[in-house]
Each structure stands twice: as C-alpha cells, then as structure tokens.
Design a protein around this ligand. Sequence first.
Ligand code: NDP
Length: 523
Amino acid sequence: MRAGFAGSREAGVGEASLADKAGRADDAAGSEGETQVAALGAGAAGLDWQYAPAPESREIVSIAPEYGLFVDGEFGPAGSGQTFATVNPATEEQLSQVAEAGAADVDRAVAAARLAYEKVWSPMPGPERAKYLYRIARILAERSREFAVLESIDNGKPIKETRDVDIPLAAAHFFYYAGWADKLDYAGFGPAPRPLGVAGQVIPWNFPLLMAAWKLAPALAAGNTCVLKPAETTPLSALLLAQVCQQAELPPGVVNVLTGAGETGAALVGHPGIDKVAFTGSTEVGIAISKAVAGTGKKLTLELGGKAANVVFDDAPIDQAIEGIVNGIFFNQGHVCCAGSRLLVQESVAEHVVERLQRRLTTLRLGDPLDKNTDIGAINSRQQLDKITELSAAGEAEGAHRWSPPCELPGRGYWFAPTVFTGVSQSHRIAREEIFGPVLSVLTFRTPDEAVTKANNTPYGLSAGVWTEKGSRILWMAQKMRAGVVWANTYNRFDPASPFGGYRESGYGREGGRHGLGAYLDV
Ligand code: NDP
C-alpha cells in the first residue's frame, strides 16, 4: 500500500495500479507485443518490474484548520461566521474549514477593490504595476513545489501534472502579462487604453490556480482590480495565492478572494459595483450569468464547456496520435473543458487505433495523486463522480460498448477508471454531453467531409484536434471545424501568449495573449 493512503483497504492503490494489472493480463493474453513483456520478465529471472512508490512529501505544505476571506489585503471571517469544509478527494479527509462569503462580504470586497482601483492601481504607472506582477510570478516559481502539493491534495490531480503544468503555467501567465503592463499603448488598442474598473471573476475546480492566474494576470496588467471567487471544492490554492499577494506587498484591495459556493458567485456577478465579469465553468451557469449581466453595461467573457472532436486520419503518425488521444482525454482525469472527448477515427484504421489505445491505457497508473508515478488521480468531488457514473451508464444503456483496463479502485475517495466507449453513435448522450471525466467516446468516419460534419455536430465550439501527415489537410480541417482552438498533431497545448476561447455554447471572449488583455480594456 502506498504512503498517503492510510485507511484505504489493503488491495489499495499500490496493488491496484493499472500497470500492475496490465502485466498480469499480458501474461494471460500472449499477443505479439505482450510476448515482449513476458520475455523481459523471464529474461530478468523473476525480477519484479513494478514501479516502487514515489510519493511527494506533504511536509512542504501547511494547511491551516480554518481560512478566512481575503479582503482589502487581510484575512478575516465571513460576516455571517459561516464556513464550509474542503476535502481531499483522494481520501475524503477534511482538510480545512473555509469562510463562506455572503452578500455583505461581497459588498465589502467590491468596495475595497473600487477604492484600490481609484486611488492606487489604475493611476499607477504601468512599469510599477509590472513590478508587482513580476514579483508574484517569481514567488509562484519559488514556492512552486508547495503550490503543486497543495493543488494535488485539494483537487485530486496527479502531482506530476500540478508540478509540470498547472503551477509553471500559472507563473508563466504572470510573467507574460507583467510584460504587457508597461506596453499597453503599443498593444494595438489605440493610445492610452483605459482599464474597465473592478472585475468579478468566478473560476471552476479543474485548474484552480491556473484559472486564477488566467483571470488575475491580464486584469491586473491592464490596471483593473479584482474580486475572485474560487470553486467551493478547491479554494486552497487561491487562498495561498492571496498570501503570495501579501508577500509581494500588492496594495490592499487590488486582489480580493471570496470563498463560497454558487450563491457567492451569483452575488458577485450581480453586484452593481462590478464593471467586468469573467467566468469559467459550466454552460448552464454561464447562461444564468449572461442573463444576470444583460442590460447592466458590465463587460462579460465566458469560457464554458466543450465536446471536442479529436480527428485521426489514416495517414496520421499513429504512435504520436495515441499519445495525443491519451493526453486529450485522460489528462487531469478528463476534467478539461477542451478535452478531446470524442475520438473520430478513420474507419480503415479504427480497429488498429482502438487496439493500440487500449494497450496504452493498460500502462497508465491510477492512484495516489501525490505519487510521482501516478497518471490518473481522483475525481474532484462526489457530485462529479456521480455525473460521470450516470453518463457512462447511459452510454451502456444506449448500446455503446464499454471498456476499461483491468483496474481496482482505492477503497476511499472518488475514483473512476479510464473508460473507452466504442460503437458510439452521434445520438448517444456520451457523444453529445460534456462528461468532464476520463471517458472517451469513439466514432468513425470514412471521408474528410464526414469527419467535419461529425466534428461539428455539437452545440459547443471550444476546441478540436486533427492528426494527419498532410499539411494541406490540416489547414482545410482547421478552416472547416467550428472550434476556437484547433490543435494539429498535438493536443492540450497551452501558452500564455496564445489566445484561448470558444464560441456558440462554449462561450465568448478570449483569454491569453494580446486578446486576453483586450478583454480587460475599454476598447
Ligand atoms: P459550475 O459552472 O457550477 O461552477 C463554476 C464556478 O461557478 C464555481 O466557482 C461555482 O461555485 C460558481 N457558480 C455556481 N453557480 C453560480 C451562479 N449561479 N452564479 C455565479 N457563479 C456560480 O460548475 P460545476 O462545478 O458545478 O460543474 C458542473 C459541470 O460543469 C461539470 O460536470 C462540467 O461538465 C462543467 N464544468 C465545465 C468547466 C469548464 O471549464 N468548461 C469547469 C467546471 C465545470 P461552486 O464551486 O461553489 O459551485
């Protein structure tokens, strides 16, 4: 049994890893590739080729038993005194009690942000603002291990993802936008572009720190002040970021963090003192917010759900495509708005691709998020696990064929085995609805036109992938597929300089790059 799972049953994470099970399945099956595994084992005279546990230490993080709201540069309790628990989804252990902001707290935070906007932040010369952003970026980089461990514990995602993706990218966003703060006059928005004022920002639980960075960095660089509402299930990294703001001596009120549930978010976006609303989350809540904001004059950007097609042609480099498919849907347990959740594969290679994919999936390791070998961590919440379970059951009931690698799940916490559905038709719910979990639906096509038609057969329009060796086909597909981002021969690639966003039911507005800056300027 691995460290970090005291209390999980004996046949727990260590024994349950997909790779371990795969080894056993391989011995029994004996196909060509599998023989290689068996031969290696035999040649090594009974050596055990399993990974030893490699747990990251929790010591670097100290989690307080209680956290207050961060308003006007200080932490304090909610006016109502109410709190809620945040838990580790891998163990169901309660981590801390966090203040629940109500309407009076929203008032206080918006007033602090307004004062800071008028008196300090917007009059401050750009090069001075930049210094604070650089400072935050540097502190994030210096404290990256602490952030990575905390994010894994509160969210359930594997440490290798928080360490290599979430935290470095969050720091990179602050570095990138720090560089714009003194160059706004030359950003192509005309001379002396004005900030919007106070931004109300509501973010989800799938990339807690990274989404905070996506929202805060451009807003601050442009001269706005912010009130940020992190998701109820993942408040801790935003609160640590608030401590970083203190450490960077950011003037009080420039960044405020209000923890709470959906009502807190609704109170924030509906507050008359807010000039700009930025939201990332479900399409359902995005629609409610756009209704609440309509007619108020507030600027709005929405980054909502997706049901992306990852299209594999028969001339694609299959090895890379398999990695791209895995990265597209199993990265971050599939809790990714742009996840490649619909695999469209050309019929002539479909069987081969699915076989290779299944083989690859048997090598993924599911378990302790703090183990550096772990590929698939915990599902973020019971509620999300229920949703994934329900939609997967619907896939089976509607006639698709369900497959998962042999895999025992840990006894405690929220877990879901990587799952592939074949025989999926376009009318199935698993082909239409955002599952937001490690579940892939495989569909086939015969011609490029059919691929485009099927890829576009969704109300969403956030992202897509295309795998082919022909550059002309990549350009043709990128033109035809109705998605804000199209990746070619890769998937889930992000850079602070590159704009990201969708249209139709995936929302509107762009985050990242110069476009992301424009979303916080009066242009
Ligand atoms: P939500 O859209 O409900 O949550 C996103 C954020 O909005 C959270 O901070 C949430 O608070 C807050 N919120 C909830 N209701 C309101 C409201 N009426 N006004 C303002 N803010 C509000 O997503 P869920 O976490 O409930 O996830 C549900 C589904 O949404 C998932 O299964 C997934 O399909 C999709 N989703 C998509 C994301 C994306 O990036 N595209 C991200 C997250 C979810 P609180 O956390 O307290 O609920």
